[in-house]
Ligand binder design. Structure first.
Ligand code: RIB
Ligand code: CA
Length: 310
């Protein structure tokens, strides 16, 4: 079976970094390029972080910097979770690679327009780059095969009672993406909170003892510390890699078609993904919402992804 062509749009971020790691050597995936957006940290940091991860892992994948702020609202970052650099923990060698000169939005437009409509977009940060590309060149929309995004929740949020970070950080962009009409898989907190990277998982991956395993351990030791400080958990939810795992093995996720609207107008609930779980509104579903995950299979996919670097 042909590997799935993807563009990973991310805001590294510890869990974004693991998503890059898994996508980079998965035989089921052809990682065409990485586009970076402001989110977990400012764009100058998230862009360098993506480059550092690719350089450390020896991934020859182009990295494009995109939007450094949301479309309308003020910037929102998550230094309390990811640290001042956005990727605190690991120590990286000086960069001998650079960010591509082309803007990420331009890269998205040119790559999608030149494609046969077989590219899956995998956003794991705020949706600003994707939405701006759709607005700048609407002809790319029918060219998108599917959007598999980490974001939202049909239960409660993580940065506000209503909203999850990626959506809250740019709900206007999320509204553009969720109303684009293309197939969307929403990997929300409802499933990512089931894959907590507890110490036993870190120990399991540490035993692999290769570059990728060592990076995983360094990243997760920091990520778990801040997740414990903020949420009291023993292990942080490994949010973003669930998108990649669902492309490697779609059966790892259970999904349900739902009508999902983004609340980008209210104050208290700004950034909420209003998912009509029971179809009350009798509106046509626009999103395949992840409702469950095979946790054991997910960690097996993560282990296999790390072993791909041996
Ligand atoms: O809410 C979790 C999401 O926000 C993850 O993608 C994390 O990396 C941050 O971007
Ligand atoms: Ca992210």
């Amino acid at each position: 079976m042909e590997p799935t062509k993807i563009i990973l749009d991310c805001d590294p971020g510890h869990d974004d970094a693991i998503a890059i790691l898994l996508a980079g050597k998965a035989p089921e995936i052809n990682l065409l390029g990485i586009t970076v957006v402001a989110g977990n940290q400012t764009l100058d940091r998230t862009a360098i972080n993506a480059l550092q991860v690719c350089q450390y892992l020896g991934l020859n994948v182009p990295v494009y910097a995109g939007c450094d702020r949301p479309m309308i609202r003020e910037k929102l970052t998550a230094g309390d979770i990811h640290g001042a650099t956005g990727l605190d923990g690991p120590k990286f060698a000086p960069l001998d690679r650079s960010i591509e000169t082309k803007h990420a939005v331009q890269y998205l437009i040119e790559t999608l327009m030149a494609s046969d409509g077989d590219i899956t977009l995998v956003p794991t940060g705020p949706l600003t780059n994707i939405a701006m590309a759709m607005r700048l060149e609407p002809k790319i929309v029918p060219k998108i095969h599917r959007i598999v995004l980490m974001g939202g929740s049909f239960s409660y949020g993580n940065v506000s009672p209503a909203a999850e970070f990626n959506i809250l950080a740019d709900a206007d962009a999320a509204h553009v993406v969720f109303t684009c009409g293309r197939p969307i898989t929403m990997v929300g907190l409802d499933v990512t909170r089931k894959v907590l990277c507890v110490p036993d998982v870190v120990d399991r991956m540490a035993k692999i003892d290769n570059r990728a395993g060592n990076l995983f351990v360094d990243l997760m030791r920091f990520f778990n510390k801040t997740q414990h400080q903020v949420f009291g958990w023993e292990g942080g939810p490994l949010h973003d890699p669930v998108t990649i795992a669902s492309i490697v093995a779609p059966e790892v996720l259970t999904t349900k078609p739902m009508h999902v609207e983004i609340d980008h107008r209210s104050i208290q609930s700004y950034g909420r993904t209003n998912a009509d779980v029971f179809g009350y509104l009798h509106k046509t579903p626009n999103v395949d919402v992840a409702t469950d995950i095979d946790v054991d299979r997910f960690w097996d996919i993560v282990e296999a992804g790390i072993r791909n670097y041996s």
